[in-house]
Design a binder for this molecule. Structure first.
Ligand code: ADP
Ligand code: MG
Length: 551
């Protein structure tokens, strides 16, 4: 009664790439399988909160590694939620996942060293088993069912599914290791990999190992991971190495975080937060549907892998854990959506993220600049989306300006502080890059007066800045439609000139298609003329961006 299925074609490509081009860091297959096992245990534990019978008395959650030297197999087992026939067909082979295409695209773009990190970020982790195995058997029994199912594939294009037997719920992933991957039968090797990639997994990862010599020789079960819940410890009790290792584990990042946020809120609302700000934009932020929000725990029990209610989308680059003891353990997903408790936690997290970014800017300006050039565009979405915090967000932005050297930056607060008395507004000009903006005739009057102008070159700037009316009481204005006010004597001269040139201006009007009006400019020194936008017209740079997008 064995059925044959073919892998969805995109998946076939993924498999091909995984097995043929991801040779470095092959050992991460174990991280992926352990992470799946751990997810499966979290799921059954979560489901059992509503239905205790699912566990059938087995609450001894664990992930087991077992090797068989003769058969050259490595097995990763769990007593998690398991899969029935339909789930196994859906999850391991036929359904094209949203991330698959994006994964392929980003793989092409990534350099070899970054590729292994992508596997976990894109939800194609299971298939990494085929990096080391030429055949994979999955034996699984769903919690609450008595029927098990066997899935098997050589990773080339087809898989089979058939009914099977398994004692108890859970899943065994059996890797028939390739001839030259025997190292993954060695306990020292497995121990080291677990330590490196899965040390903070909450559930014990165990393995039987032979201990002692001769007469004393015996087999003992060893727990390979330390299962440390760093967020439950005091801020000063966690070392930088532990933070780095934990961050890498939950993010899949190969770099250390730029900043750690670790605190316990006490009083009316009690929770612990351990958040990390990355140095760079991770691949999932660029190509896949990003997973927003930190993990949510209730008293050490993981409820959700990504709790969207805990952070706004414009802070989706922040990774970490929030553990709240005030939430009921059997909280449902629906309840989590508009929960006043979570809203208060979110407020606190957002405040702390802003503070951490401010600290980073002072303590390590270089790291902040890198962070900002990578993740600033995402942060800026908050200017348009989070009205209440827009001033705080604006405070975190870095800009080049007329006064900064190329590559150096200023902030709104610095700009504001340096404004001469006569200048009442903050001016900005948006465009593709500094080289395009600098020669703009719109800047002449500002240069002459010695007023600074922010040069906005990030595409999102043209979308969010027109909506930003002021910064701490100082209005923000676009330099191409608001020129500095003239001094009284300049004004008189200008009026005279306007009268003198009336004939010429009238003659010019109507000669250029698309030009609404021709005026004498008081601000130009070097250029003969400039195009000015109407007050109610689209920003010209924005107009070009929209044209590019085909609007
Ligand atoms: P992801 O874990 O990101 O969803 P994977 O490729 O690692 O992607 O796994 C695909 C899916 O297969 C999982 O989402 C899960 O539904 C299922 N799965 C994999 N391993 C197990 C397991 N040990 N127990 C139960 N389900 C599993
Ligand atoms: Mg996975």
């Amino acid at each position: 009664m064995s059925e044959k299925h073919t892998f969805k074609s995109e998946l076939q490509q993924v498999l091909h790439i995984i097995t043929h081009s991801l040779y470095s860091h092959k050992e991460i297959f174990l991280r992926e399988l352990i992470s799946n096992a751990s997810d499966a245990i979290d799921k059954v534990r979560f489901n059992s909160l509503q239905n205790e019978h699912l566990l059938e008395g087995d609450r001894d959650f664990r992930i087991r590694l077992a090797v068989d030297r003769e058969a050259r197999t490595l097995t990763v087992s769990d007593n998690g939620v398991g899969m029935d026939h339909d789930a196994i067909v859906d999850n391991l082979g036929t359904i094209a996942k949203s991330g698959t295409k994006a994964f392929l695209e980003s793989l092409k773009a990534a350099d070899a060293a970054a590729r292994p990190g992508l596997i976990g970020q894109f939800g194609v982790g299971f298939y990494s088993a085929f990096m080391v195995a030429d055949r994979v058997t999955v034996l699984s029994r769903a919690a609450g069912s008595s029927q098990a199912v066997r899935w098997e594939s050589d990773g080339l294009g087809e898989f089979t599914v058939e009914p099977a037997e398994r004692a108890g719920r859970g899943t065994d992933v059996i890797l028939h290791l390739k001839e030259d991957e025997k190292e993954f039968l060695e306990s020292w090797r497995l121990r080291a990999i677990v330590k490196q990639f899965s040390d903070f997994i909450e559930h014990p990862v165990v393995m039987d190992v032979e201990k002692g010599e001769g007469e004393d020789r015996k087999v003992e079960e060893e727990t390979l991971n330390s299962r440390k819940a760093l967020w439950l410890r005091g801020k000063t009790d966690v070392t930088e190495e532990e933070h780095n290792a934990f961050y890498r584990q939950i993010s899949g990042d190969f770099e250390d975080p730029a900043k750690v946020i670790h605190y316990a809120a006490e009083g009316a609302l009690e929770f612990r937060a351990l958040l990390y700000i990355p140095r760079r934009k991770s691949w999932d932020l660029q190509f896949a549907e990003p997973k927003v929000g930190p993990k949510l725990y209730v008293n050490r029990v993981q409820i959700m892998d990504h709790c969207e209610a805990l952070l706004p989308p414009y802070l989706r680059f922040v990774k970490g854990v929030v553990d709240c003891s005030d939430l009921p353990l059997n909280v449902s997903r629906e309840l989590l959506q508009h929960n006043p408790l979570l809203e208060r936690i979110q407020k606190s997290l957002v405040k702390n993220v802003f503070q951490a970014l401010t600290d980073l800017r002072t303590s390590d300006p270089e790291a902040y600049r890198t962070f900002f050039s990578e993740l600033g565009p995402i942060l800026k979405e908050g200017l348009a989306r989070d009205y209440a915090n827009r001033e705080q967000i604006a405070d975190l932005l870095l800009f080049e300006s007329l006064r900064t050297e190329p590559g150096k930056t200023t902030t709104l607060a610095e700009y504001q502080a340096a404004m001469p008395e006569a200048q009442k507004d903050i001016y900005w000009l948006a465009g593709e890059d500094r080289a395009v903006l600098e020669p703009s005739p719109s800047l002449e009057a500002f240069r002459r007066k010695g007023w600074d102008v922010l040069l906005l070159t990030d595409p999102i700037d043209a979308f969010v800045f027109p909506g930003l009316a002021d910064f701490k009481g100082t209005p923000l204005k676009a330099a191409d439609r608001h020129q500095p006010e003239l001094e009284p004597e300049e004004k008189a001269l200008a009026e005279e000139a306007q009268a003198a040139f009336k004939g010429l201006l009238d003659a010019l009007k109507g000669r250029f298609k698309g030009v609404k009006d021709v005026r004498l400019s008081q601000n130009l020194v070097e250029s003969a003329s400039r195009l000015a936008a109407d007050d109610d017209a689209l920003d010209p740079h924005m107009e070009r961006l929209l044209q590019k997008l085909g609007q």
